[in-house]
Design a binder for this molecule. Structure first.
Ligand code: DC
Length: 243
């Protein structure tokens, strides 16, 4: 797989690309958006594309595991930027579905959609088109390994499954120790297994990723850790040391 962008040494340093990968509910969206805002970069959460296709498959009664059938729906999906450059408005066939793609119905089928080679091949091209101008933080599972292997900075954001599930439960007003809280933990573990175990582009840190572990951190602490890691890596490569 080749990287379609210009070699790193020919890209302006003012438009760095930061790959922010990690498991489900590791905080990539909130951390990525805050880091992007602090550094004056755009932000794109690539999970939106997989979620959009999962929603479209349900809507069109296409079997989520029918890869070519689901991939064919990609032409109806558009991702638009808001005034801050956040690519987070998802429109399918002219209808905004930004909220609908985050529902439990979509959670249930999105792993099957993301595991299909035809879907990943189609979305690989879309993701590279969306970020090709650079100056962006891109969140996902395989950004540093497959989508943008020449990214200037690669971060792997992680926390224990218990911590991630507890955060998700509290966001929804659920006691993490309750039956509903334990169901969230079970679902998270199922999604981890699906993302890490799939044959194509499994979720894993790139060899040159900086690991940021967030157990016990506040959002501000994690954002500061990621900005610090990015500054270190950008400083190191600004001197011309192309990897
Ligand atoms: O981060 P998320 O929960 O919104 O991701 C939704 C699904 O898409 C999840 O099953 C993982 C998958 N995904 C992926 O396989 N590769 C990416 N770059 C981003 C998300």
């Amino acid at each position: 797989m080749t990287d379609s962008r210009a070699p790193r040494s020919q890209r302006p340093r003012s438009r760095p690309v930061i790959a922010l990968d990690g498991p489900a509910s590791s905080g990539k969206s909130s951390v990525g958006a805050a880091v992007a805002a602090a550094l004056g970069l755009r932000f794109f959460d690539s999970g939106l594309l997989y979620r959009a296709l999962a929603w479209a498959a349900i809507d069109q009664a296409v079997d989520p595991s029918d890869g070519p059938g689901v991939a064919a729906l990609a032409s109806s999906v558009a991702v638009e930027a808001d005034e801050d450059g956040r690519l987070e408005r998802v429109v399918i066939d002219g209808r905004e579905v930004s909220a609908e793609i985050r529902t439990p119905d979509v959670d249930r089928v999105v792993s099957a959609v993301a595991g299909a080679p035809a879907v990943r091949a189609t979305l690989l091209v879309r993701q590279r088109q969306l970020v090709e101008a650079g100056g962006i933080v891109v969140a996902g599972r395989d950004i540093g390994t497959v989508v943008l292997p020449a990214a200037d900075v690669k971060i792997w954001l992680d926390a224990s499954a218990e911590e991630r599930a507890a955060r998700r439960a509290l966001e929804r007003g659920i006691d993490p120790a309750s039956a509903a809280g334990r169901a969230i933990l079970d679902d998270l573990r199922r999604r981890d297994r699906a993302d890490e175990g799939r044959a194509i582009a499994p979720a894993r840190p790139a060899d040159d990723a900086i690991h940021v572990l967030t157990d016990g951190n506040t959002l501000d602490q994690t954002v500061a850790a990621v900005i610090g890691a990015a500054a270190t890596r950008l400083g190191a490569t600004a001197g011309g040391a192309d990897e």
